[in-house]
Design a protein around this ligand. Sequence first.
Ligand code: ZN
Length: 515
Amino acid sequence: MNNNMSPAGSLERLRALDKERMHISRAAALLQWDQETFLPSGGIEERAEQLAVLEGLAHEKLVHREVGELLDRLSDVLSLNDAGMLLNTQDGFPVGDFIRVLRRDYEKAVKIPVDFVRECAKAEGLSQAAWVEARKQKDFTAFAPHLEKMLNFARQKAEFWGWEKSRLYDGLLDYYEPSLGVKELTAIFGPLRDRLQLLLRKITEKPRPGDVFLHHNFEKAKQEAFCREVLSGIGFDGTRGRLDISAHPFTTTLGFNDVRITTRYAVSDPLSGLFSVIHESGHAFYELGLDNALQYSCLAEGTSMGIHESQSRLWENVIGRSRAFWEPWFSRLQDCFSAELGETDFDSFYRTVNTIVPGPIRVEADEVSYSLHIILRFELEEKLLSGKLEVNELPEAWNAGMKDYLGVECTDDAEGVLQDVHWSMGAFGYFPSYALGNLYALQIWDTLNEEIGPVDTMLQRREYGDIHSWLKDNIHCKGRSKEPAELIREVTGRSLSADSFFRYIEQKYSELYGI
Ligand code: ZN
């Protein structure tokens, strides 16, 4: 590195290195997207190698010695007022935030030894294969030794990052949602769990509404046509993204003007594919709403998993399952499926869309049950990581929690403790972001309503422009330049709590179920 480089020159060099790394990561994302959508099965093996090479390259770019030296030099400059001011005013690019976020990414990556990364990746592959097989056989014991290993890797990783032995789970949680550790989450999730449990019990005592989709087949091609109409209706720009089919719906960003979403269609349910489309488009709106100044930098992403999930859940549940949203769209759905839904009245349809049926499977859960599935996983992860619960005691603890929180009996491990892929990949600390997404979504939605509402009239007119503008200006445009805790406080005027979410759930479902 040239030691005489000016501060502006150092910044330019660091941004160039970061840009190259972003390009490599996005090329890898394209290969990954292709693997999930169109790749013929014969190409899988070679694709895995191609991905490993690109991901390795991106990692090398991040941990390169020059990156560390430039970060040090620029941090020194920023701490001096005059030169710092000069750097801070570069074309609206938030230099200070860039240095802070890139330094965090850099340090997280350099602290993990390369041998450990390799060992982890190998064990992860074996663990995932064992999980697939154990799930097929409905037998937790075959997966247990792998889970034990993945837990140890996770503990080691948190230790490498510098977390004390007594706070390793905090370290893993922090990776996905900075500043929300065990203490903070317990304070939010504990009371929420009790309130949701009570409400759920009251709901399940009431008669279950009929299902207007029963006894029909809904042609997939017609579903897709309807999804595309809704997608463009709610403002997804087809010149900056596309919709395809994959086994598990997802969103991936391939560039500043190229965000891909996927879904899957079920003939028995005309809306599960649509709700996935709306969910993923919420993620896509976030990625497409970033400020232009952030392009090609590590700031050009969502600020946390929880805030990202808030955007998808806001569109899928708060908007997409509301009465006001469906008032103009229901007749269009009836036009598409006139034989199947032509005679259905709006109220019965709306009840079907919002039916509450506690079941064993998280991804099929309704709005009231969903967060309880997550809170149980959070509590179990905390016990596993801290050693309060042994791996072989997990299925029993899982089943007892499901019975207690949701009133559900799991008939086997496949629909119980083995249902999710996360633990087999060592992704401990990820689950809470789903429930946090619900909480952030409603806190943001309340503020949006105060500032531009009432939103129901807009939804009834299929006018989504003001909602998009507000979300873009207040959340999306900032990317990673704001930490989640700071963002939520600035936008809503208070720290995260479950109040808005619970108020929404209680009001909506008390009305629907006459409680
Ligand atoms: Zn999501």
